[in-house]
Structures are given as C-alpha cells and as structure tokens.
Design a protein around this ligand. Structure first.
Ligand SMILES: Nc1ncnc2c1ncn2[C@@H]1O[C@H](COP(=O)(O)OP(=O)(O)OP(=O)(O)O)[C@@H](O)[C@H]1O
Length: 204
C-alpha cells in the first residue's frame, strides 16, 4: 500500500506570514488531487512538503511505500540542442537500460502526451505547450510512486489541457499518487479530489 498522510500541517517561511495551517488529508495510490487557491497561497510549498523537500513548521507528513517522487516544475527546462526523445529517454538510460529499449518506452510515453510527432525535434524548437508536456512525459518515464505537478496546463489550449488531465487520471489508475497544483478549472474538475488551500489560510 502506498499513501501519504498529512496531519495538521501548517507552514510559513522565515520572513513570510503563515501561508496555511491545520491541513489534514490522506492520499493513496490511484488517486488524483488538485491543490487550488490564489497565487501565493502556498500550493507549490505544499507540494514541496509532500515531496519531503520542505519540513513543515507544524504537523507531520507520513509517506508509506513512496520510494520515488516525480516532480514537474511550472517552467519547462531542457538542453536546447538535444531532441525531445533524448529528454524523455534520459531517466531510463540513467537506470542502465539499453538505448533501443529506453527509446521504445520513451516513445510510448510520449504518445500518451501526443508528442510522438516531435520526438526528433530539438528542445529549443518545441512550443511552450509541447515543452510542458515533455516534462510530464520525462517524469512519468522515471516511474514515480507519487507524481507532483505544478500548473500542468498553464501553456495549453483547452483541448490539449483536457488531454493532459485525462492522462494524469489514467496514470493514477495505474497506481500512482497524482497531486496537481493548478488555477485551471478543467484540470481541477478532472481530479477526483480538490484541496482548496485558501480555506486553510489563517483567519486574521
Ligand atoms: N524558499 C522560500 N523562502 C521564502 N519564501 C518563500 C519560499 N518559497 C516560497 N516562498 C513564498 O511563499 C509564498 C507561497 O509561495 P508558493 O510558490 O507556494 O505559492 P503558490 O500558491 O504556488 O503560487 P503561484 O500560484 O503563484 O505559483 C509566496 O509568497 C512565496 O514568495
């Protein structure tokens, strides 16, 4: 069994006000959750706490069976002259997989995100939306137990955003924990659970 148990978590950074407090939930493998709320309310911070990169000021986070955490940042980054396929195959090559097998698996994952046609294109020639989906494909190729995604649909049109939301749901269906920080209503509606972080802001 793979789950994360968040109990009465609150956080503020040195020099900031308390962002949120008394956040409690449990999310298990197979579930998708959207973390919503206005800019600056602490969505990315909560994702960092789930990953274990930031220790919360109060409360506790228990990760059970979560060995690998995948993270997709808000802004895509890559090596400009390397191909899209190279970026996705990299985590598999780094694990020692043969190039032919790594590229086959990478192409399968790229197809899930509608990226197969840009596989040979250098990173610098991808559109913003393609680069964003490439980051998702690369994270998925590392087979994380928990996938944390910051604004996956910021640069996507409605149809593509719907496609990405659908794939995230399918990944959860394969046994991943998927948590998405988002402003996007459609992405939120595509998740099984919604955490509105604004409700956990301290009352003045
Ligand atoms: N390492 C840090 N040190 C100090 N303050 C930080 C740090 N990281 C984030 N903050 C501050 O904490 C607040 C919450 O930031 P966070 O990125 O979690 O918000 P967010 O809800 O994800 O915002 P957005 O929707 O704009 O991405 C912001 O005011 C930010 O400047």
């Amino acid at each position: 069994m793979c789950y994360v148990d968040v109990r009465d978590v609150g956080h503020r950074f040195n020099g900031t006000d308390v962002l949120f407090e008394h956040v409690s939930f449990r999310i298990a493998a197979g579930e998708t959750m959207a973390v919503c709320g206005p800019s600056g309310c602490g969505k990315s911070t909560l994702l960092s706490i789930l990953a274990g990169w930031v220790t919360p000021m109060s409360g506790s986070v228990e990760r059970v069976g979560v060995k690998r955490v995948g993270w997709v940042f808000q802004n895509p980054y890559g090596v400009p002259e390397r191909s899209a396929l190279d970026h996705v195959a990299f985590p598999l090559l780094a694990k020692g997989m043969l190039r032919s097998a790594a590229e086959r698996e990478a192409l399968d994952v790229m197809a899930m995100f509608d990226l197969h046609e840009v596989a040979d294109r250098p990173f610098s020639a991808l559109s913003g939306g393609e680069a964003q989906r490439l980051m998702l494909a690369r994270a998925v190729c590392a087979h994380p137990d928990m996938l944390l995604v910051d604004e996956p649909t910021a640069q996507l049109d409605t149809r593509t955003a719907n496609g990405v939301s659908h794939v995230l749901g399918a990944l959860a269906g394969q046994g991943m924990i998927v948590v998405v920080a988002t402003h996007n209503e459609q992405t939120r509606d595509a998740c099984q659970r919604v955490l509105d972080l604004e409700r956990y802001a301290p009352t003045a």
